[in-house]
Design a protein around this ligand. Structure first.
Ligand code: COA
Length: 394
């Protein structure tokens, strides 16, 4: 039996706080006119509460996608979170999301391919599904880049926004769904868009903080040139790979970085009609991995996709990386009966309670085990090691 992977759920979430170009003009030397004409961005959403982070945005988008698909979190076999601004270097943000959803059957990992990450994630999900390793996979793109930009650097702080988007891909027997993908990388351009410090090459120190090495650094012009070339090439390639032509494509959803990049790549180079390219970056800025799933969610809600339509997702980003995927849109899921909606709503507080119980049990167990072990040989060997260390130094 042939297996196909279809998108069966989608959802998005952006933080409430809106920052306009005029707001930014109060903190850096810029203007609404410059930002609009050079990028197309008018405003972006930014996290402004200490308890908001990439995982909290991801969870909100994930719940919306589960609602849309009419699935409980226990249906998920895998959660992939594509992000460049994870909650921590480790554990993976995907594990925090898995716990918050109560997706107890799911594996979870983060994927780092910068703004191309969401499309990379879709290709990984497709691979898991068609190979029979998973039936239902959630792919999330989530970012809080506002926590990583230098708010005194006008070259970067005007570009980015925070948000999250999620989809659920599921195995189906009907042909369609994910038809083809193109994934690429060119590490020789790694220095063009980078966050230099905080990893193993340049660990955090007073010096790195003083130099501002924990902020995003970018050569905007070089990234622009690269983006306009690869967006057009990757789109052309993925359409050919699927055995189609551009005329068969009803909608292109490009990475929402800059309207000038979209205009000079898919619209001018491919001569693709502007009205069949989805753009919403004016309201969100560049939300990196979240930009494509946020755009997809809005496109579906605006009725821009009908069953049978072919849609291309295409992105580029740090790495350098690029990625394109071609999907044949399927039938929407029937709406959930009310009792199921209520049951799912009840599920989230219940799974939080279970998670708190597991934490408590681990603590009690560790405290009990810790006392027991320390009272025996471990304590003696620790004393011996400390003694030897002190003698060596003296
Ligand atoms: N407000 C006002 N002026 C600004 C500015 C801002 N926010 N940012 C830069 N400038 C200035 C520059 O300092 C420069 O001044 P100078 O000529 O006196 O040196 C001038 O505007 C032109 O800068 P330039 O970099 O040539 O502008 P640009 O037309 O290339 O636009 C970007 C800059 C960043 C918008 C554009 O290069 C871009 O979008 N690059 C891709 C970035 C991207 O997508 N990154 C994410 C990848 S996922």
């Amino acid at each position: 039996m042939a297996r196909y992977s279809h998108i069966v759920g989608w959802g998005m979430y952006v933080p409430e706080r809106v920052v306009t170009n005029d707001d930014l003009a109060k903190i850096v030397d810029t203007s609404d006119e410059w930002i609009r004409t050079r990028t197309g961005i008018r405003e972006r959403h930014i996290v402004d509460k200490p308890n908001e982070s990439t995982s909290t945005l991801a969870v909100r988008a994930a719940r919306a996608a589960l609602d849309k698909a009419g699935l409980p979190p226990s249906a998920l076999d895998m959660i992939i979170v594509a992000t460049s601004s994870p909650d921590h270097l480790f554990p993976a943000t995907a594990c925090i999301v898995q716990d918050a959803l109560g997706a107890t059957r799911a594996g979870a990992y983060d994927l780092s391919a910068a703004c191309s990450g969401f499309v990379y994630g879709m290709a990984m999900a497709h691979g898991l599904i068609v190979s029979g390793q998973a039936d239902t996979v959630m792919v999330i793109g989530a970012e809080t880049l506002s926590r990583l930009v230098d708010w005194s650097d006008r070259n970067t702080c005007v570009l980015f926004g925070d948000g999250a988007g999620a989809i659920i891909m599921q195995a189906r027997e009907e042909p369609g769904g994910f038809l083809a993908s193109v994934l690429g990388a060119d590490g020789s351009g790694a220095n063009l868009l980078t966050l230099p410090a905080g990893g193993s090459k340049l660990p955090a120190s007073v010096e790195t903080v003083r130099n501002g090495d924990h902020y995003i650094k970018m050569d905007g012009r070089a990234v622009f040139r690269f983006a306009t070339r690869v967006m057009a090439e990757a789109t052309r390639e993925v359409v050919e790979k699927a055995g189609l032509t551009l005329d068969d494509v009803e909608l292109i959803i490009p990475h929402q970085a800059n309207t000038r990049i979209i205009d000079s790549s898919v619209i001018k180079q491919l001569k693709f009609p502007k009205e069949r390219v989805f753009v919403n970056l004016d309201r969100y800025g560049n939300t990196s991995t979240a930009s494509i799933p946020i755009a997809l969610t809005e496109a579906v809600e605006q009725g821009r996709l009908n069953p049978g339509d072919h849609v291309v997702f295409v992105g580029f980003g740090a790495g350098l990386t690029w990625a394109a995927a071609l999907i044949q849109w399927g039938m929407p899921a029937p709406p959930l009966p009310t009792w199921k909606r209520w049951w799912y709503r009840f599920w989230y507080p219940w799974s939080r309670l279970l998670s708190a119980y597991r934490r408590l049990r681990r603590r009690v167990f560790a405290a009990w085990l810790g006392t027991k072990e320390r009272s025996q040989e471990e304590l003696e060997s620790l004393r011996e090691r400390t003694r030897r260390g002190t003698e060596d130094r003296s």
